[in-house]
Design a protein around this ligand. Structure first.
Ligand code: PEP
Length: 255
């Protein structure tokens, strides 16, 4: 089965309502029909409006950047997966390194969030990736393996088939330092082999694995040309319509 090429934009905590509306409108004006799925992941306040804007545009979906693991209740300030679904979003980023680092989200909690996302017919974009000291100690594969096993491998095959994985080496996020195409390929291949061992080759080859970490128009072509890289999770460059569109067009068949 051919897996989906996906480029997801993580806006993080940027852009007020008007700015977000303008950026999404500009992206929508510039987007060309293609097989690549585009996912815009703005802060919660934009989800409803962007879902309306994206309605009817093929291969454009909206996603959230986080959700709470419970379905409802006394959790002041939190947003549930069911609420996200109710405004028309279809994806949720889970386990971004900033959530792991600044909000103490651990593997056990992330597994619960993945369950909440899937229970509401949303797709998780599950982030994994090592910090610099871990890479320097050459423990990056062991760390990513543990994040994936603890966060995802409790799922049955049917549920796992809905998961998108984003490999984001923490040392490359927002730093301008990118993993080399070879480093990205090596890790993506490793992740796919883990999935094959657990769920079989067919599910492994159908799973989209995205790269994230200072992906820009000038390096996306090389990264996306790697056989196990199925697209990107884009931070900084997702805030500029031209750059984001140029990254979207960086797959070998679009050049
Ligand atoms: C991210 O935050 O997911 C990310 C990849 O950021 P950046 O592209 O800015 O490194």
């Amino acid at each position: 089965m051919k897996r989906r090429q996906i480029v997801a934009g993580n806006w993080k905590m940027n852009l007020n309502f008007q700015e977000g509306r303008d950026l999404a409108s500009e992206i929508i004006r510039m987007i060309k029909p293609s097989n690549t799925l585009t996912v815009l992941c703005p802060p919660f306040v934009h989800l409803n409006h962007l879902s309306v804007l994206a309605n009817g545009i093929s291969n454009l979906e909206i996603g959230a950047q986080n959700c709470h693991q419970s379905s409802s209740g006394a959790f002041t300030g939190e947003v549930s997966a069911e609420m996200i679904k109710s405004v028309g979003a279809n994806f949720v980023i889970i386990g971004h390194s900033e959530r792991r680092e600044y909000f103490n989200e651990d593997d056990e909690l992330l597994a619960k969030k993945v369950d909440a996302v899937l229970a509401n017919d949303l797709q998780p974009i599950f982030c994994c990736g090592e910090k610099l000291d871990v890479r320097e100690a050459e423990s990056h594969e062991a760390l990513v393996q543990s994040q994936i096993e603890k966060g995802l491998f409790h799922l049955d095959s049917e549920a796992f088939a809905k998961v998108v994985i984003a490999y984001e080496p923490v040392w490359a996020i927002g730093t301008g330092r990118t993993a080399s195409p070879e480093q990205a390929q090596e890790m993506h291949h490793f992740i796919r082999s883990l999935i094959a061992k657990k769920y079989g080759k067919s599910i492994a080859s159908a799973t989209s694995i995205l790269y994230g970490g200072s992906c820009k128009p000038d390096n996306a072509v090389e990264i996306f040309s790697q056989p196990d890289v199925d697209g990107g999770l884009i931070g900084g460059a997702a805030l500029k319509a031209k750059d984001f569109i140029s990254i979207l067009q960086s797959f070998p068949e679009n050049l």
